[in-house]
Ligand binder design. Structure first.
Ligand code: NAD
Length: 501
């Protein structure tokens, strides 16, 4: 049976909507040329939620050509007009917060009330923030020689390819679409094959608010086909990627085909340090938020906790109790549930295998450490929030990204020792420090190899502030003015005011 281009869906909370299933190219939903499709699986039941068309290289080519054509007129509109359109997208997100939150929860396994709707708020903030920048993209006048006027224009790249993961399907799309469009680019964005539904629904919002055809193109598709085609396409001027470090390396290689500008937001194994002078109650709360929210599927999750030996036992006891009381597990539409299912069977199996590795390596499980098989949860990809203690720096669970609700807690004696632990992995995304000593806090923040450091908080993401990593965690920044700057390049204009040869 041929997949229709749209179908009606009744969500588990009773809301109805029309789910598009096509590729969104030139403001229309179209079938993929080869007719291939992707099934989206419900993480809490392992049943199929719906199917969509999957782009392959030839579809990517059509989308890139549509974008390139659109760029010819899009680059001539004013920043005020671009900002207005982005604000209108935010308006629709505001009006449909509940519905879009439900679709996102259903597609990705995020619990709706305690998690998914906050991603919709993040999208609203992001579209509004970059809407504000759209008419403030400014170059400089460079003064040296009185007989020369020199200035720069910050020009958009043109066609931006964007590839996003499944852990924040809409928020990661907003982080990429909003600055690219604000700066005057056109976009071909590929969603994750695991969570294609929500952004296809959102795609039509861009058309409805008035974005011209071809400015925003959204493709569902697999990484090895559509993703690779986008990253290597000679008609794409810039590629922005969020996902695993292994894929990030492939993207950088593929982008070399035409020396595309590249931004990569990749994996992490972020440390959270608790000095003995820390406010333990605050440390407990942020340390739980930093790894147990979003089922631990957060690139910046503070998945390694290091506690000063004098307060270690007190912290572990309080932390364990807090996770039990404040991170209940349940289906996405259970309004009290905070921790939902993992996004897919592959991730679920990967996390369970890491838990086994941790046990074999000799770490002690003080909470969880297994699949949740209570009642209806047995059908889904639920893993109990898991805490390991008595870990050693050489263990795989201390060094490798698990990407689930699994945290390791180690001890330290001195600041020097814990900085060495913190910097001991190949990643460098985030890091958190809990202390009341401002000198120690800022000194440690400067010593830590990470793109972001939180002092007395964790995973405190903010659209105004740059986000990104060092080492194998990535290249470039998203959000804030730095994030906008990733979507323009400076052109230098030299005007001779009288210099003679
Ligand atoms: P992934 O690397 O498997 O996939 C990410 C995207 O890349 C998907 O859209 C996928 O289809 C595509 N892709 C896969 N192979 C490709 C290829 N050869 N060429 C082009 N595209 C390809 O990652 P994931 O499993 O979706 O996401 C989890 C990872 O993302 C974790 O490692 C996590 O740390 C990272 N992540 C990082 C950030 C950040 O900002 N640093 C944010 C979220 C997630």
């Amino acid at each position: 049976m041929t997949l229709p281009l749209e179908y009606e869906v009744t969500l588990p909370d009773g809301q109805k909507y029309i789910q598009p299933a096509g590729l969104f190219i030139n403001n229309e939903f179209v079938k993929s040329i080869a007719g291939k499709t992707i099934d989206s699986i419900n993480p809490s039941t392992s049943e199929i939620n719906g199917s969509v068309y999957a782009a392959e290289a030839e579809d990517v080519d059509v989308a890139v050509k549509a974008a390139r054509t659109a760029f010819k007129s899009w680059k001539r509109i004013t920043g005020v007009e671009r900002g207005d359109l982005l604000n209108k997208v935010a308006d629709v997100f505001e009006k449909q917060r509940d519905l879009i939150g439900s679709i996102e929860a259903w597609d990705s396994g995020k619990t709706k009330e305690q998690n998914a709707v906050y991603d919709i708020d993040e999208c609203i903030s992001c579209f509004r923030y970059f809407a504000g920048w759209a008419d403030k993209v400014q170059g400089k006048v460079i003064q040296n020689d009185p007989k020369k006027l020199a200035y720069t224009i910050h020009e958009p790249y043109g066609v931006c390819g964007q590839i996003i993961p499944w852990n924040y399907p809409l928020a990661m799309a907003a982080w990429k679409l909003a600055p690219a469009l604000a700066a005057g680019n056109v976009v071909v964005l590929k969603t994750s094959e695991i969570t294609p539904l929500s952004l296809l629904y959102v795609a039509k919002i861009f058309k409805e608010v008035g974005f011209p055809a071809g400015v925003v193109n959204i493709l569902s598709g697999y990484g090895a086909t559509a993703g690779k085609a986008l990253a290597s396409h000679l008609g794409v001027d810039k590629i922005a990627f969020t996902g695993s470090t292994a894929t990030g390396k492939l993207i950088q290689q593929a982008a070399a085909a035409n020396l595309k500008a590249v931004t990569l937001e990749c994996g992490g194994k972020s440390p959270l340090i608790i000095r003995k002078d820390a406010d333990i109650e605050q440390a407990v709360k942020w340390a739980a938020f930093g790894i147990m929210s979003n089922q631990g599927q957060i690139c910046t999750s503070t998945s390694r906790i290091y506690v000063h030996e004098d307060v270690h036992d007190e912290f572990v006891e309080a932390y364990r109790s807090h996770v039990i009381s404040d991170y209940p597990q349940g289906d996405m539409f259970n309004s009290k549930a905070v921790v939902g299912p993992q996004v897919s069977k592959i991730q679920h199996d990967k996390i369970l295998s890491y838990i086994e590795i941790g046990k074999q390596e000799g770490a002690k499980v003080v909470l969880g450490g297994e699949k949740n098989t209570e009642g209806a949860l047995a059908k889904g990809y639920f893993i109990k929030p898991t805490i390991f203690t008595e870990v050693k720096p050489t263990m795989r669970i201390v060094n490798e990204e698990i990407f689930g609700p699994v945290v390791v807690i180690g001890k330290f004696k001195t600041d020097e020792e814990v900085i060495e632990y913190a910097n001991g992995t190949q990643y460098g995304l985030g890091a958190a420090i809990f202390t009341k000593d401002i000198v120690a806090a800022h000194s440690m923040a400067s010593e830590i190899e990470a793109g972001m450091v939180w002092i007395n908080s964790s995973n405190d993401s903010d659209v105004h502030i740059p986000f990104g990593g060092v080492k194998l965690s990535g290249v470039g920044r998203e959000l804030g003015e730095y994030g906008l700057s990733m979507y323009t390049q400076a052109k230098a204009i030299h005007v001779n005011l009288g210099n003679k040869l």
